[in-house]
Design a binder for this molecule. Structure first.
Ligand SMILES: Nc1ncnc2c1ncn2[C@@H]1O[C@H](COP(=O)(O)OP(=O)(O)OP(=O)(O)O)[C@@H](O)[C@H]1O
Ligand SMILES: [Mg+2]
Length: 232
């Protein structure tokens, strides 16, 4: 589904990624973990073509998309829910959802109705402007907007950051539902325990390198891992 090989990236002269490797299979949920500034967002942005890869390759279903423009990479099947959500504040909920449908790839698996079934709250708010939504509703909209492109893999950068506990659980429940429906997901989130309850695989980044990867069971049974790589 997604294969990242020896990915390297820099901002100006300062190198941030040093050969990041991982893969996500069909229907799998993987996480990207690590403390602040370790390169999670940069990894995702390099995958999406928003940051130029200095080395390595990004393969989507075996197709090399390294260096392709972001819209091409989206069309190849990667749907990003960006850090900070970036919904259109002067468009309605429904207009936000329709706006990305232009980038649709293949069969229209995701429709407005299906997004509204996943997030009934968005249906209630369909005529509200983006800037009239709560943080949780904005995140639901950002997820819905990514789904409307019919991605083969949904990528969430900081899935629940800044949200109230109740809303966080709603977002995690939504990810579990998506997994149950066969969607592949790459999720960044600081709440390791919540992710470990449903993710298949975890990848820990430290200073732009993968320092550990493994299953939820392996992650949960090794308290030293959390102390060493995840706690502030
Ligand atoms: N636009 C940029 N220009 C220069 N340096 C940057 C830029 N964005 C990130 N960096 C640097 O690259 C490194 C990795 O940052 P990145 O945002 O990928 O980390 P992160 O793991 O997503 O952190 P966080 O958990 O805080 O979101 C950090 O040292 C950061 O300061
Ligand atoms: Mg980040």
């Amino acid at each position: 589904m997604l294969k990242v090989e020896a990915l390297e990236a820099s901002y100006g002269d300062s190198q941030v990624l040093f050969g990041v490797d991982f893969a996500i299979g069909k229907g799998e949920v993987a996480t990207l973990l690590g403390r602040n500034g370790m390169g999670k967002t940069t990894t995702v942005h390099t995958i999406m073509g928003l940051v130029k890869a200095r080395g390595g390759r990004v393969l989507v279903e075996g197709r090399d998309v390294t260096g392709a423009p972001p819209y091409r990479i989206a069309q190849a099947g990667l749907g990003l829910v960006p850090e900070g959500r970036q919904i259109f504040s002067t468009l309605t909920v429904e207009e936000n959802l329709i706006a990305t449908a232009a980038a649709r790839f293949g069969a229209a698996r995701w429709t407005l109705e299906r997004v509204y079934a996943l997030f009934p709250r968005l249906k209630e708010r369909c005529a509200n402007m983006g800037n009239q939504l709560s943080g949780g509703e904005q995140q639901m909209l950002a997820i819905g907007r990514a789904l409307m492109t019919n991605p083969r893999l949904v990528i969430l950068d900081e899935a629940t950051e800044g949200l109230a506990p109740l809303i966080r659980h709603e977002i995690w429940d939504c990810l579990k539902k998506l997994k149950a429906e066969g969607e592949a997901i790459l999720v960044i989130d600081k709440n390791v325990d919540a992710l470990a309850s449903f993710a298949d695989r975890h990848v820990i980044l430290e200073k732009g390198r993968v320092v550990w990867s493994g299953s939820s069971a392996a992650l949960l049974t090794d308290p030293e891992l959390k102390d060493r790589y995840l706690h502030v």
